[in-house]
Write a protein that binds this ligand. Structure first.
Ligand SMILES: Cc1ncc(C[n+]2csc(CCOP(=O)(O)OP(=O)(O)O)c2C)c(N)n1
Ligand SMILES: [Mg+2]
Length: 207
């Protein structure tokens, strides 16, 4: 997609939001991205305008990269909507429920295939979400039915404050590069390190 946003544009947006949160102008949860800018920009080079994007509670970068104007997004975040941003007019939807978007994204992909449309679906999940039963069965369904969907696993190593690999007693997550097996074409995986806590921006209440 031709959205001319640089790494610095994305970083500065999150920094503005962080500042608003830390000074008490946002009275609802926020989940900020950091450290994954180059990777997510690269993914969006393959996303078309008519494609659908499904996200979690952490979706500011996807909204900007799908074309939601910076001012609109900021206004909605200031109004407390950061955790569930949905813009049907830009084909972008999110859910704050862990795994909430996963089956909906798959259903959208099935519908697009049945319609014979050219729209592709992109569903972004965190590392812990990618280890859930819901994710495993939805990837399996989309692979076996060859649905027009790409799953993007964004690995920051944590589920809130819990170490994902420790939880599952493993060194490698199910969808890490060398573990992708037959789902290779449907799943993109990347690792990133962030300067922000799971929620909030370092000051005031966070969880
Ligand atoms: C059904 C449900 N259970 C618990 C939560 C609380 N919760 C929000 S984010 C999160 C961690 C998810 O971790 P991961 O999938 O790695 O995403 P990240 O935030 O690290 O990007 C949890 C447990 C929730 N939102 N929904
Ligand atoms: Mg995580």
């Amino acid at each position: 997609m031709k959205i001319n946003l640089t790494t610095q544009d994305l970083i500065s947006f999150e920094e503005e939001v962080a500042e608003c949160f830390n000074s008490g102008k946002i009275r609802a949860p926020i989940h900020l991205y950091n450290g994954n800018e180059d990777k997510i920009i690269k993914i969006f080079e393959k996303v078309n305008k008519e494609d659908y994007i499904f996200c979690s509670w952490r979706s500011h970068y996807q909204c900007l990269l799908k074309g939601v104007p910076r001012e609109t997004l900021k206004k909605d975040i200031l109004a407390g909507k950061s955790i569930t941003l949905c813009y049907p007019e830009y084909n972008i939807f999110s859910s704050a429920i862990v795994t909430g978007s996963i089956p909906i994204a798959n259903g959208r992909a099935l519908a697009e295939k049945r319609k014979g449309s050219d729209s592709h679906v992109w569903c972004f999940v965190g590392d812990m979400s990618s280890e859930t039963g819901s994710f495993h069965e939805n990837v399996k369904y989309s692979v076996n039915h060859d649905l027009p969907i790409t799953w993007v696993v964004e690995d920051n190593g944590k589920s809130v404050c819990t170490d994902t690999r420790k939880t599952w007693n493993t060194d490698n997550l199910s969808y890490e590069e060398f573990n992708l097996l037959q789902s290779r074409e449907k799943v993109i995986y990347y690792k990133y390190e962030t300067k922000y806590p799971h929620a909030g921006a370092g000051k005031r209440i966070q969880f």
